[in-house]
Design a protein around this ligand. Structure first.
Ligand code: T1G
Length: 700
């Protein structure tokens, strides 16, 4: 069992011991009820303390158990909490570090709660598309008040224990320990003090739960969360559950919470969010790199290039407290780069997102140079220079000359071959790709591109650095476009073919934005710059002459319509505005082009638009798995979610394909392959998809 029992004098101690975060899985729940029985049977025991070993009191129900029989196996969490409430001896929860979800619900079933300062307290179930399902919606309002509790439940965000303990009239914490170090001792003393008390033991369930404005408040709350909830139901159900706490007897409120929770458990949105919770953490695990691989110390970073990417990359490290030296060839380039970094920080200070002293601290970590030799002590050097192999060669020749042995040499390239770049040095084992996404200080995604000689400790180090700078790092092998850009290539091709066949840019964009993408392909092109895709297509036309494309995008660029930066792209824009206005000129150009191709435009459904764009991602993603470029389908989902605006409540392209059913996806692909205007060879379902369909399996 993963809960330990011991007796200290007249106090029994039950310690949750299920690393890493004391998830309340079956073995832990059994350990708690076993310990409780022993304590109740032991006459010498006058009081009980429940605490958590390691880095958490408890991170909640064991998410890994969800959907398995164990999750409901008795003693289930509800029955454990009822047993705590029914105890005839006082139970004190000694809470430290992390007290979340079912962990907080467990503590609310205790008679008393003593917390260490600095403890993160949350009911984050809504982030999993759920709501607290073990009494959190019924008990938390009783100890914190309806509004504070509802805010915590609907946001899922953690609040520090000392802030909650300071709220007037709060009954969540009976005592705030002086420090995390003294928590346990103070909790034991507190238990001894209440053991001596006569009278009924306090139960949260018996506290009143009302809101003075009643229904009017909850209507207001529904309006507030309505926006968040248009794509997934959980936030509004949270409001329903808390309102039930103010209108029903406790046990009826609990039954209502259970009904609402159970209904959410198997919604596609919750399945998607739980998949992503696991996929995000699994992405940091590289199959052939043991988790205990020693890492290189990264105490200082060099960045080459003070342009948009170099500046953004630099900010990530400054934000994490890591000193950065930026190298440029000319002083004015350095001055421009530093000015941009300052402007970004000053904007954050102005918005109240960054304290002025923190801004100063970060800028104090920044230095500049015009000489490669000044990078000789850097532990990690990242180049963000012009995307041209010849330029990279010069940079890496210099780095090979000046960098200290063991320094990690990283390229921010988004399309070039990392193996070729590594070959510009005598230390290919120290070379890796770190592909940041623009704006590099904002976008969470980092593609870590491993060359065939990249050392395992270099990978382990870069993955740890990524976590430190708050990036979602995904390892990619070396191929054209790595994972994300290789997939968006197929997505963009389909978008072009759809125009040739009869759709308009606004119809395609609206269809995918209704599906949930942050931005459709054409609005995205206008934002990022249509000339970027144009340059890539020109390069690819040489490398892959038989790759079929629609010519519309090229024709657009030949008109100089690169997008917002030229004031016109797929859409028209009014000066200084970013609102995309459907362009008569462009739609005429598309019609003319159809005539040149001899195509009679046809009406294309939104469903076909979404399927051709999303399944193009899925088919290419399957090839990426077959080629070993990505090691797991969850990695591909993380890339597309954090780098390309795939709707989070759909779990990523590969998870979405699983939910649609790979058989149905394959059948759609076969239909698209029959379309003479399309690319029949591309639409052959990838061998991996055919294999999974034949075996009745899914992407794992
Ligand atoms: N269950 C199982 N494993 C969990 C877990 C959980 N609740 N929380 C974390 N882990 C694993 C995680 O997968 C990873 O392991 C390792 O712990 C470290 O995680 C009935 C239904 C607690 C703040 O949503 O927010 O209770 O994958 O890298 O940065 O109402 O984990 O690497 O092997 O995130 O220090 C509600 C989710 C559950 C909390 C720690 N609870 N966890 O952050 O470490 S539903 C949550 C977190 C519930 C009840 C309902 C964070 C953390 P591995 P990590 P961290």
């Amino acid at each position: 069992m993963t809960a330990e029992y011991k007796v200290l004098g007249d106090v029994a101690v039950i310690t949750l011991a299920n690393p890493p975060v004391n998830g309340l899985g079956f073995s832990t729940r059994t350990g708690i009820t076993d310990g409780l029985s022993k304590a109740l049977e032991d006459a010498a025991v006058k009081a009980i303390v429940i605490t958590g070993a390691g880095k958490a009191f408890s991170g909640g129900a064991d998410i890994k158990e969800f959907g398995t029989p164990k999750a409901l196996q008795d003693p289930n969490l509800l029955s454990v909490i009822l047993a705590l409430e029914a105890s005839t001896k006082p139970i004190v929860a000694a809470i430290h570090s992390v007290c979340m979800g079912g962990g907080l619900e467990l503590a609310l079933g205790c008679h008393y709660r003593v917390a260490a300062p600095g403890t993160s307290v949350a009911l984050p179930e809504v982030k999993l598309g759920l709501l607290p399902g073990a009494g959190g919606t019924q008990r938390l309002p009783r100890v914190l008040g309806v509004e504070t509790a509802l805010n915590m439940i609907v946001s899922g965000e953690p609040v520090k224990s000392e802030l909650l303990a300071s709220l007037p009239g709060q009954k969540l914490f009976d005592k705030l320990a002086a420090s995390p170090e003294s928590l346990f001792e103070e909790a034991v003393e507190f238990a001894q003090s209440v053991a001596a008390k006569d009278g009924e033991l306090p139960l949260v369930r018996k506290l009143p739960c009302k809101h003075p404005q009643g229904d009017a408040y909850f209507q207001f709350a529904r309006n507030m969360v309505g926006g968040m909830s248009k794509n997934y139901p959980a936030p509004l159900k949270c409001v329903d559950a808390v309102q039930a706490a103010t209108q029903m007897k406790f046990d009826d409120g609990m039954a209502e919470e259970r009904r609402l929770f159970t209904a959410l458990m198997f919604t596609p949105e919750s399945l998607a969010l739980r998949h992503l919770f696991m996929a995000e953490r699994a992405a940091s695990r590289i199959p052939d790199v043991p988790e205990d691989t020693p890492q290189r110390a990264i105490k200082s970073v060099g960045v080459i290039g003070a342009g948009t990417m170099g500046g953004g990359i630099t900010m990530n490290f400054l934000n994490a407290g890591i000193p950065v030296k930026i190298l440029e060839m000319k002083q004015e380039a350095l001055d421009r780069g530093i000015a941009t970094i300052r402007k970004n920080y000053e904007a954050q200070v102005k918005k109240g997102k960054l304290k002025a002293d923190k801004y100063d601290q970060r800028m104090a970590l920044l230095s500049t140079t015009l000489a490669y030799d000044d990078l000789k002590d850097a532990d990690l050097i990242i180049e963000a220079v012009f995307e041209e192999l010849g330029v990279k060669e010069k940079v890496f020749n210099e780095l090979d000359r000046v960098a200290k042995p063991g320094a990690i040499l990283a390229s921010n390239t988004s399309t070039l071959d990392v193996d070729k770049i590594a070959a510009f040095t005598k230390r290919p084992q120290d070379v890796v790709g770190m592909h940041f996404f623009s704006p590099a200080n904002v976008m969470k995604l980092l593609e870590v591109v491993r060359g065939k000689e990249t050392a395992k400790d270099v990978l382990a180090t870069v993955m740890a650095v990524a976590k430190k700078i708050k990036k979602t790092a995904v390892v990619s092998g070396v191929c054209d476009g790595f994972i994300g850009n290789r997939m968006i290539e197929q997505y963009s091709r389909q978008a072009g073919f759809l125009l040739d066949e009869g759709a308009t840019p606004q119809q395609v964009d609206k269809a995918v934005e209704k599906f949930g993408f942050a931005m459709g392909p054409f609005r995205m092109g206008d934002l990022a710059g249509n000339d970027i895709g144009w340059a890539i297509r020109k390069r690819r036309a040489v490398e892959y002459p038989d790759m079929k494309y629609s010519r519309t995008a090229d024709k657009l660029c030949e008109l100089g319509r690169y997008g917002q930066k030229t004031g016109a792209g797929w859409y028209d824009y009014q000066a200084g505005k970013r609102d995309a206005i459907p362009s008569e000129l462009v739609n005429k150009m598309i019609e003319e082009h159809r005539k040149e191709l001899g195509i009679t435009p046809r009406k294309i459904s939104d469903e076909e638009i979404v399927q051709r764009l999303v399944y193009a991602l899925v088919n290419e993603g399957a090839h990426i798995l077959e080629d070993g470029i990505a090691s797991k389908s969850g990695d591909i989902d993380m890339v597309y979610l954090t780098g390309y605006g795939f709707p989070i409540w759909r779990g990523g392209p590969m998870h979405y394909a699983n939910q649609v059913g790979l058989y149905n996806v394959a059948e759609a692909m076969k239909r698209f392959a029959k379309n003479p205007r399309d690319d029949a060879s591309f639409w052959q379902p990838a061998p991996l998809i055919r294999k999974l369909v034949a075996e009745g399996k899914q992407f794992s």
